[in-house]
Write a protein that binds this ligand. Sequence first.
Ligand code: PEP
Ligand code: MN
Length: 337
Amino acid sequence: MLIILNPAATTEQIESLNHTVRNMGFLPHVIAGTDRTAIAVVGDTKKLDESYITRLDGVDSTQPTSQPYKLVSRDVKPQTTVVDLGTARVGDGSLCVIAGPCSVETRKQVLATARHVKKCGAHALRGGAFKPRTSPYEFQGLREQALELLAEARAETGLPIVTEVKDTETLPLVARYADVLQIGARNMQNYSLLERVGDLRLPVMLKRGLSSTLKEWLMAAEYIVARGNNNVILCERGIRTFETETRNTLDLGIIPLLRERTHLPVIVDPSHGTGYASGVTPLARAAAAVGVDGVMVEVHPEPAKALSDGPQALTFSMFETMMRDMRRISGLMGQAI
Ligand code: PEP
Ligand code: MN
């Protein structure tokens, strides 16, 4: 249930309402919007006495929340959440471009890529340090050494770092370096990891699970926000379908619906969404035309030599072309880039 506050409600009244809600055995979450403040009451609210709540000081009205996800629902907060990455913002109406290698492999590789994507206008650098690979025999990432290299690239270029956290054991280490914690598709329903990142205030990029529905994805995001971390970005990265020629099927059809259902910012990853380099720029353009808060793509100086995801990596010149195209589409859409 949503308690809509009177625009004139005082801090004391809000505190007292929170107290009342807690005493009734529910969890209150204050959601401050630009033109209204609301308290989302989470729990089995069927037992709540609505008429009693409506009579309390500072309350304007109550509203049931129709979806199983509450705090991430657009019902609760009409404005899109803006996630601050330090030098860039996701969800403020602009198009944020995140680019970099699938995995950090060498100092030379990550620094050259960071410099190039920065020069072309990217807003953040991606790079995997801990890689969740399908096979245990494949490259697992340079781990802490990779985090140090990413930090060096950040110090030089000013680009904030997006890197994946694979498990709760390595979370404290990854959180010391990352500006955005990426939760990979394979971990979307790793609830203990979701809760632990929910306890932090670092931005989290939650990728859609390999075969997750919109509802499952938003419920996973709810785990993070329910622990108090509102800085969640959703990333559509393709889902499993019957098609085997592409790595995944990029589900752009979900984007307008996500926009209606959630206030969380949404980005698209056409690299994992297609699995082949020549498909990345066309799908990045399509994502920008559908209307997203950002795109994330993989870029490598020598894709043929990449230790992971080489077939889908853009070369430097392909990335330059992609950025030129993104500027054209975002211009058409009236979106800053
Ligand atoms: C990645 O971003 O390199 C990655 C492993 O992504 P996903 O979790 O979407 O497969
Ligand atoms: Mn990858």
